[in-house]
Design a protein around this ligand. Sequence first.
Ligand code: UDX
Ligand code: UDX
Length: 473
Amino acid sequence: MSAPGLNRAVNICCIGAGYVGGPTMAMIASQCPQHRVTVVDVDQGRIDAWNRGPLPIFEPGLEELVAGCRGRNLFFTTQVDAAIRAAEIIFLAVNTPTKSFGVGAGRAADLQYLESCARRIGAVAEGRKIVVEKSTVPVRTAAAVQAILAAHAGRASFEVLSNPEFLAEGSAVADLRQPDRVLIGSERTASGEAAAEVLASVYAGWVPRDRILTTNLWSSELSKLAANAFLAQRISSINAISALCEATGADVQEIAHAVGRDARIGSRFLQASVGFGGSCFQKDILNLVYLCQHFGLPEVAAYWQQVVALNDYQKQRFARRLVEALFGTAANKRIAVLGFAFKKDTNDTRETPAIAVCRDLLVERAQLAIYDPRVSAGRIEADLAPWLDLGGHIEVCKDPYAAAAQAHAVAVLTEWDEFRSLDLERVYAGMLKPAVLFDGRNVIDLAAARRLGFQLHAIGRAVPEPRLGGATR
Ligand code: UDX
Ligand code: UDX
C-alpha cells in the first residue's frame, strides 16, 4: 500500500515569513522530510531572526518545531527569485491589511503586496508552477493573480489555488498538526484539479484525507471570510449579552455555559471579553462588508458591520466604566494594565483591544503602567505613540506587581495564565485605596478579590458590592 502523502520530493517556496507563513511551512517541513521548504521574506531582520533566533514570533512549541528541521529541509532566506525559480509550489503568505487610503479605505483589503509578489513570480518563473493563495483575500482575488501571471506566461505556466489558513495564534502549532480541515480551492478544470491533488497530497503526509476538502476557487476564498465572520459574531453576541448581564445581575459565564450546552450551539467561542482583536477578525469582516456593498447587498453588509460595531462598543464601554469608577477622572492617576497582546500565548498586538482601551485612557490623561509577559516595550510604545502627547504617560513594567504599585486601578486586558494565579493580596497591598480592579477577561477569582477589599468590575458578571473600608474576613 502506498503512503497517504506524496512520495516524490516537492520543492516548496513560501513568500512571507510572518505569523502564518513561518509556522505553516515549519509544520510541512517537519511532517514531510522528503520535501524541501524555503521561506522567503523581504525583511532581512525577520529572516535573520528565523535563522538565528530568538524567533520573530512567539508561539508555544514553535521553537522546537523549527529547530527540528531548520537547515535540514527548512530554509529561511531573502533570496526571493532563486526560491521562486526552484519551487514547484509557491505559497503567498504576505500581509493583506485593510486599505488605509483611496477607494474602499477602511474596509477593502490592500492587495498591493500580493500583487507585487504575483508580478515577481511572473517575471522570474520558468516551467510549471502551482501558486497558492495563503493570505486571506477578497473573493475573486485568484482571478487577479491569474491575470497577472498569465501576462508573463511565456516561460511558465501557472495554476492558482486558494488554500486559506485557519490556525489561531497562540495555538498555531497544535492547529497545524491536527487541523479541523484543510481547504483547497481550484479551478474546476483538469489541470486545476490536478494541481489541487498535488497540494492535497502534501497535506496528506499528516492530515487524514477526509479532513482535506476541495472546492472551487471562490468558495474557498469566501469560506475563510465566512468562518472568521461566524467566529467573531459569536463573541459579539456574547459580549452584547454581557452588557445586559451587568444591567440585570445575570452572570454571562452562567449564560454561556447554559447556552453552549445546546449541542446545536456548542460551548466554544462564547467567552465574554473586553473585545476581540487580532489581525484577522475585524479586517476580514470589513472585507466581507465591502464585498456585500460592492455586489449591491446593503442589508447583508449592515448585518456583518454590526459585529464590528458591537466590538467597538465593548472596548469603549470598558474604558468608560473604568473612568466612571475613578470618580469620573483618570487624569494623572496611575492605572496598571495587565496584558497587552490580543490574546494569551502570543506576542502579537495587531488590533488588540488593549490599544483601544489604553488610547481612551491616555485621552483622559492617565498614567499607564503596562505589563505583558511577551510583548516588548518597543512594541507597546510604538502602538501607543499616536496618543502620547495628550498629557498622559506610559511606563512598561517588568512584572504585574511593579505595575500595580501605587496604582488607583488595575485592568486585566489579556487572559495570560499567570493572571489567574496573581497574588491578589500583594497587588492590593501595593495599590492606593479604594483599589479598583477591572477584569476584562474574567480570569480573576472574584470571591477572593472581594474578601481582600477590591472594588471589582468584570465583564457581564454579578460582582459583589464594593467594600470601601478595606479587608474584612
Ligand atoms: C498575513 C495576512 O495578514 C493574513 O491575512 C493572511 O491570512 C496571512 O498572511 P501574517 O503572517 O500574520 O498574516 O502577516 P505578517 O506577520 O505581517 O507576515 C507577512 C510577511 O510578509 C512579513 O514578514 C513581510 O515582511 C512579508 N512580505 C510582505 C514580503 O516578504 N514581501 C512583500 O511584498 C510583502
Ligand atoms: C482567528 C481564527 O480563530 C482563525 O481560525 C483564523 O485563521 C485567524 O483568525 P486568531 O485571531 O489568531 O484566529 O485568534 P482567536 O483565537 O480566534 O481569537 C481572536 C480574538 O477573539 C482574541 O482577541 C480573543 O481573545 C477573542 N476571543 C476569542 C474572545 O474574546 N472570546 C472567545 O470566546 C474567543
